[in-house]
Write a protein of this length. Structure first.
Lengths: 371, 1082
């Protein structure tokens, strides 16, 4: 049933594979990584570099990650740029996978990397067709079967998958135990809803004394570390499911400064009474413009989000929209000087993506905390 | 913020003639800029000496000046037009240099002209290597260690410090002109000497070598608000040490991790901020793959060849956006034309890979050094788009139009085991093929990479193609889908598998494999795109026919011209673009297929649909199958498209499922005009003369034929097109030499022997025929004698030495021949007149390279009229029946590549060597010729020393010329024979030694820069050891003005006289054309 020997030559895999969508569409391809079945919301990401970072980004939990760039795996896997300790996406969808990488830091290829983490991918897919479809009709639930190709079963799996808004994904990516990354600077309590490694790296580089808490920590416990600020991070799924994080923000708001990135912006907004909604297909790229209305400049940013804050709902919260996306005018940055809140929808820490705002954002955090 | 107030009129400087290092890309960027400015209500004054460009069409700008690109003529134009700003960064290096010069001379201040986009100071920072180094040090960017020097001695000192090899880079030159890699001190001396001469400020940089590092490029944009973005990054296939214009390039980068990529991207943005550029900029990096270090190599503070490539590779129109930024708009205020709904303030991303391969002119030259270095030799390039890199490579190779349809040898030389190493080691145009041959000889990727410094990732892709060929040979059917996805055409599969194309098509159908067309949309499908820009692929979904498409208009596919090369320049792109415009005016849907990223025809908003694909039968038929156009136009794209005419017609006739027809003159007739026997009998029937001719299959036959016709003779092989290996022989010895050395004659490969019409006047005519009427668009008189390839000859409209009566006779002949060929569309006829008799040399019912020049000179849009006749309009309906009279004189001069190609004898002959052209326009021949020469960078001195070295047959003709020069105050020097001859004619001339007569000789004098003009007419023969050759090479290397034929010398003396006795008139082409009588005002 399963081809034991895979022919690595020319990047073709002998393992048959299928991708099934909830509407009953199935697409045949070639599988790589571990045999088996995966399921998730099918999303597309447009950067042409950074697959190692993206695959290990906890925000991709519960999703099948489709790369629009047609060649993936070219420079191998270095393990140096992983954004968490494992592959987070439930599967990858590519046009062509490269199994002969060549790079000074490459330790293994993408197929072995997937196998190592019991994950899988499907290649030889017309990813542009699927991307266009996603753009037109919105994201869909999908399943991926590698080694076995039972179409009926695959469709069934895709259909039966609960909607992303109903899935509890944060608990799968949050830290199990609280921990501390000691620093000489102000103390930050970071609520880990799936934090990316480079957010931690940046905060550490700025010298903060970091206390990282699992999602289900009580506000009182957080208070116990006597933080100078709260930091809410990126994470998977619907922000409304991060109830505990919302509670923590509500507990500290007005008391100490609150910062957030991506999911964090949505949680903070929800905590202050605003609304979030699911985007048709989200923003996942390294090329997203963000207009800073105060400085009248546009930044090119890395983004990865499927939900957004409803701008109108911010009206009574006191939060001021300072940045928006010129592509669709969605909210990209909000602030409240009185309450000392600063939070952005994009990823200043990039990884993958441009670092044009990395120093600006983390420098600002440091500046606010130093008064 | 809207457009800046106060900037209402902008001066845009074009890039001049097509040269090595500067091809059509600036026509593309300039045309985009014109449109971008005018959309915002800004008046445009455009100056360019190149008439073959779209940008010099009178309707492109408010005033178009076809004038020399010198600070003198620009000063006059600024005085006359009074522009508010000058767009320095949109017109190539020429534009930047001129802007700097005008600023230095105080002209910009005097007339209050603001420099837009690229500040003057930035031009210096980017070009003056020392300032550049200081700037990079200041912002903490690493660059190769280097020192700027002004002499050979200093250069040696620096080289000793850095250690050989070193890179020599002259300041302010084009395409690395004059630069090179010096591995010995002798080479250092040569390169530095040349570099110092070529540099505008007499400075070269001696730079530490990062040979073997990889090269990456970033295209960066910035606006007034300091918003910065990169359009794309590009990875060179070839390592450092090869000019990026000479390198195979992929976009985006293939082997960089995100970490590597972001570091260089961040640097690129830091650099554009530091330079303060408001517009676009290109930054090149060297990258060490073993350590991850990188160094900044070069910055181009302007649009460039690379930015044209990046624009075509992503769909993001860099020049257009830069132009808008120039007049004050910010990136988020400029819409992304492709998506319409999103702004230009984002970074494009792609879901395909792009490969660029340069096109070199080595097929045109004997004795040329084919090695690739830091100095450009390529004339053009091709780009291809694929969903796999293998596909993109294969498409690019067949786009080159060099007789190869893949890596597997077709016509090319096969590298055997013992020579592979050498061809891997020394990079040449053949290295890609040598890699393939190395694989065939069981080289490992590691071995190849070690010798070539090419990344194993890239080599693996070549290997995949090689392996796939083996699979096809073994079992083509089960490998068909993968083969198609890897870019194999039916022809290739047919060759490899030994089955015919029909069987392959059938199998494809059975397996459900279909050519699909994917869109280039700047955003990898994230947003809905409106641009109709496609490439072929083998996927599930095709996007070119839209579901909601309700276009019932007639549909026509135009075949483009492919890469710019010698013999096939930008003129054919001009014709293609005009045919698109004509179709638009006739409400017909236009599709274009082309693969040249530099051109206007491959701009996404030129045609209704653009297909960026190779121009082979398979590729074109695939498009026809998908789009089912009513007609195909094959006559505009030069040799590339004309060569497809007959096979395409045959294929279409075979296919019951396709109703597409070839429009215009039938391919049979196009073919017939090339067939000597048939064309000869046609002329006989019409009672029109032609030079006597014979065909010879052996040396003996050739000698007999020569005896019958009489010398001199024009000889050429019958199986080569385009003047290759064509020569004029004056006596039997030369004929024998030709047959022994130049061509191998045999019954299968006979040679053609024509009487050569010596001392005749050569005439070129461009006409349009609608099948019933013929419009003679322009009659051009060549300045050089018959025998110089018409593409290399300067010419003039209207003719200067032909009687009214003969003109009428010429027109009659053109009409008779056009009608006899049943031509519909363009016709070009070449003739020679001698002793009152007109001889037809050639007739070609298709576009010619003189179409744009004639159209600019006479105001008749010939290509447009031709396209309209091809869709059924008559000339009468179009209102063009009479040839208009003009009261100005327009001279076309050509630009030759000798300064870039070492070892080539810089003399004109029957084989075409020029890369581009310029036009000079004024009210008498002398002045127009003067302007044309200045524009072509052939300085005509008005005082100083002239050296004459004239062959015996020309000596009587030099007398009046020498007298004229003497009269206007020149000091004359001559080699022995010439001086003695002229002294006898009472001309005051001193003798100078020939090289063979010992120092101080003529070349010494030229070296010491004592000479202002050299007139040297060559004795025939190809041996480059003669004195004349040494003189000519010396003048080329040292940029001394030189003339190699008597007619040009005569024209130059007339020009000198005209300049000394009258004033130059600077007028826009719009003003000139308004005055033309009888031209239809639309």
């Amino acid at each position: 049933m399963i081809e034991e020997i895979c022919c690595k030559k020319f990047g073709i895999f002998m393992k048959d594979a299928i991708l099934a969508l909830e509407d009953g569409t199935t697409i045949e391809g070639k599988g790589f990584g571990k045999e088996g079945i995966s399921k998730g919301e099918l999303v597309f990401a447009t950067p042409y570099t950074g697959y190692e970072e993206a695959m290990t980004d906890p925000s991709y939990r519960g999703q099948l990650l489709m790369f629009t760039y047609p060649l993936i795996g070219n420079y191998g896997i270095s393990y140096e740029h992983m954004q968490s300790d494992t592959i987070q996406t439930d599967g990858v969808v590519v046009r062509e996978v490269c199994l002969d990488p060549n790079h000074r830091n490459s330790k293994t290829d993408i197929e072995s990397f997937l196998k190592e983490h019991n994950k899988r991918g499907i290649s030889e897919i017309d990813t542009r067709k699927l991307t266009t479809r996603t753009r037109r009709r919105g994201t869909v639930k999908a399943s991926m079967m590698v080694g076995e190709t039972d179409k009926e079963k695959a469709i069934e799996v895709a259909k039966n998958l609960p909607d992303i808004t109903e899935r509890q994904l944060i608990e799968k990516v949050t830290t199990q135990e609280p921990y501390r990354m000691k620093g000489d600077g102000p103390r930050i309590a970071l609520i880990d809803t799936g934090v990316k490694q480079n957010i931690l790296n940046n905060l550490k580089r700025k010298g903060f004394d970091l206390f990282v808490y699992p999602l289900n920590t009580s506000p009182l416990k957080v208070e116990g570390c006597d933080p100078d600020a709260i930091f809410v991070t990126n994470g998977p799924g619907d922000p409304k499911n991060a109830e505990n994080a919302i509670e923590i923000v509500q507990h500290f708001v007005g008391e100490i400064p609150i910062f957030g990135i991506c999911f964090g912006l949505q949680i903070i907004s929800l905590a202050l009474g605003a609304e979030t909604y699911k985007l048709k297909f989200g923003h996942r790229g390294a090329n997203q413009p963000v207009k800073d209305h105060e400085k009248d400049i546009v930044y090119i940013t890395a983004q990865n989000h499927g939900f957004a804050v409803d701008e109108n709902s911010l009206e009574d919260t006191g939060l001021e929209v300072i940045q928006t996306n010129p592509n669709d005018n969605t909210v990209e940055g909000v602030r409240d000087d009185y309450l000392d809140i600063l939070t952005v929808q994009y990823h200043p820490e990039a990884c993958p993506g441009p670092k044009d705002v990395e120093e600006k954002f983390f420098g600002k955090v440091r500046k606010i905390l130093e008064g | 913020m809207p457009k800046r107030p106060g900037i209402n009129k902008v001066l845009l400087i074009g890039s001049g003639p097509i040269e090595i290092g500067q091809a059509a890309e600036f026509d593309y960027s300039g045309s985009q800029a014109c449109r971008a400015f005018r959309e915002k209500g800004v008046e445009v004054v455009l100056v360019n000496s190149n008439p073959a460009t779209i940008m010099t069409d009178p309707e492109m700008a408010d005033s178009v000046y076809i004038e020399p690109l010198t600070s003198e003529s620009l000063t006059e134009i600024i005085r006359k037009e009074n522009p508010d700003g000058i767009a320095a960064g949109l017109g190539a290096q020429t534009g930047l240099n001129l802007t700097a010069e005008l600023s230095e001379k105080g002209i910009l201040d005097k007339y209050d002209v603001e420099v837009l986009g690229t500040p003057i100071d930035t031009i210096y920072k980017a070009e003056d290597r020392e300032k550049f180094r200081d700037m990079m040090n200041r912002i903490g960017e690493d660059i190769a260690r280097s020192e700027a020097v002004n002499s050979i001695d200093e250069a040696e000192k620096v080289a000793k410090k850095l250690g050989l090899p070193v890179i020599i880079r002259p300041a302010y030159t084009l395409g690395g002109s004059g630069g090179g890699v010096a591995t010995t001190y002798k080479e250092l001396e040569e390169i530095v000497e040349r570099g110092l001469t070529l540099s505008r400020i007499n400075q070269v940089l001696v730079e530490e070598s990062v040979l073997g590092w990889k090269e990456f490029e970033y295209e960066v944009m910035r606006d007034r608000n300091d918003t910065c973005l990169t359009v794309v990054n590009m990875e060179n296939f070839d390592p450092m040490g090869i000019h990026t214009g000479e390198s195979i390039v992929t976009a985006p980068s293939q082997t960089l991790s995100d970490y590597d990529h972001q570091r260089m991207r961040t640097s690129a943005i830091e650099i554009i901020r530091e330079l303060g550029i408001e517009g676009g900029c290109n930054i090149q990096f060297a990258f060490n793959t073993e350590t991850g270090e990188y160094k900044v190599v070069e910055v181009n503070p302007r649009v460039s060849r690379s930015s044209a490539l990046a624009s075509k590779a992503t769909g993001y129109p860099i020049a257009r956006v830069a132009a808008k930024i120039n007049i004050g708009l910010n990136l988020d205020e400029i819409p992304n034309d492709v998506t319409k709904e999103t702004p230009a303030s984002f970074e494009p991303t792609v879901d395909y890979t792009v490969v660029k391969i340069p096109r070199w002119p080595f097929d045109k030259f004997h004795n040329v050094d084919r090695s690739l270095t830091t100095q450009m030799k390529a004339t053009g390039e091709v780009m291809s788009i694929g969903r796999t890199l293998e596909e993109a490579f294969q498409k690019a190779i067949r786009s080159l139009d060099i007789g190869e349809i893949g890596l597997n040898p077709n016509q090319r030389r096969v590298f055997e085991k013992d020579e592979v190493e050498e061809y891997l080691e020394t990079p040449t145009d053949m290295r890609l093929f040598a890699i393939y041959d190395a694989l065939r000889n069981d080289y490992t990727l590691e071995e190849i990479s070690k010798t070539t410094d090419i990344d194993e990732f890239m080599l693996q892709k070549i290997k995949n193609i090689y392996e796939r060929e083996k699979d096809i040979k073994t079992d083509w059917k089960s490998n068909l889908k993968q083969a198609k996805r890897d870019g194999f055409t039916d022809k290739q599969i047919s060759n490899l598998a030994g089955v015919d194309r029909k069987t392959i098509r059938k199998e494809q159908e059975d397996q459900g494999i279909k050519t699909t067309y994917k869109m280039v949309d700047t955003c990898a499908a994230e947003f809905k795109a409106e641009t109709p820009y496609y490439y072929s692929s083998y996927e599930d979904e095709s996007e070119s026919i839209r579901e909601d498409e309700e276009d019932n208009r007639e549909k026509v596919l135009i075949l483009g011209a492919g890469p710019i090369r010698i013999g096939q320049g930008i003129e054919f792109d001009y014709c293609c673009v005009h045919s698109v415009n004509a179709l638009e005016e006739e409400n017909i849907e236009s599709l274009i297929v082309n693969n040249n990223p530099e051109t206007v025809s491959t701009d996404y908003d030129t045609s209704d649909k653009l297909f960026f694909d190779p121009l082979t039968l398979d590729d074109v038929v695939n498009i026809i199958e998908e789009e089912e156009p009513d007609g195909v136009m094959v006559q505009f794209g030069g040799q590339t498209s004309v060569n497809l005419a007959v096979p395409l017609k045959e294929e279409l006739e075979k296919r019951d499922d396709l109703e597409t027809e070839v429009y215009g003159t039938s391919p049979e007739m196009m073919d017939m005009a090339e067939d000597r026997d048939r064309f000869s009998s046609l002329l006989d029937e019409l009672g029109i003369s032609q030079p006597e001719s014979r065909i010879a299959s052996s040396k003996q036959e050739a000698k007999e034929a020569a005896g019958e016709i009489g010398y001199p003779l024009l000889v050429r092989p019958s199986y080569v097109l385009g003047g290759r290996a064509m020569e004029i022989v004056h006596e039997e010895d030369e004929l024998e030499e030709y047959m022994e050395e130049a061509v191998k004659v045999s019954p299968d490969h006979p040679i053609l022997i024509d009487r050569f019409i010596e001392d005749g006047i050569e005439i070129d005519v461009d006409a349009v025929c609608d099948g019933e009427d013929v419009l003679v668009g322009g009659i051009m008189e060549h300045i050089e004698e018959a025998g110089v390839h018409s593409g290399d000859s300067a010419c003039v409209i209207p003719p200067q030495s032909i009687s009214e009566e003969k003109i009428e006779e010429i027109k009659e002949h053109v009409k008779d021949i056009s009608l006899a060929l049943n031509a519909v569309g363009l016709v070009n006829i070449q003739m020679a007149i001698k002793d009152g008799e007109i001889y037809i040399l050639e007739a070609n019912p298709r576009s010619s390279r003189t179409i744009p020049y004639v159209s600019k000179a006479t105001g008749i849009p010939l290509a447009k009229l031709a396209a309209k006749t091809m869709v059924g309009k008559s000339l009468e309906e179009l209102g063009y029946t009479e040839t208009p009279e003009i009261d100005h004189v327009a001279v076309k001069e050509v630009v030759l590549p000798f300064d870039k190609l070492l070892g080539v004898d810089p003399v004109l002959g029957p084989e075409m060597k020029s890369t581009g052209e310029v036009m000079g326009i004024d009210y008498d021949f002398g002045k127009a010729y003067y302007k044309a020469e200045i524009a072509a960078n052939n300085e005509i001195p008005t005082e100083g020393k002239v050296v004459l070295s004239i062959r015996d047959t020309d000596k009587p003709k030099i007398v009046p010329i020498a007298k004229k020069l003497e009269k206007h105050g020149f000091e004359l020097l001559g080699t022995k024979g010439t001086a003695e001859y002229l002294q006898k004619k009472d001309i005051n001339i001193n003798q100078v030694n020939k090289v063979s007569e010992g120092s101080p000789h003529i070349v010494d004098k030229i070296r010491e820069e004592e000479i202002d003009l050299v007139i040297n007419t060559p004795t025939s023969g190809k041996k480059p050891k003669r004195d004349g050759y040494k003189i000519r090479r010396a003048v080329v290397n040292l940029k001394t003005p030189y003339i190699t034929n008597i007619q040009a010398a005569k024209a130059a003396s007339n020009a000198i006289e005209a300049i000394k006795e009258g004033e130059i008139i600077t007028k826009s082409i719009n003003e000139h054309q308004e005055k033309i009588e009888g031209i239809k005002n639309e």
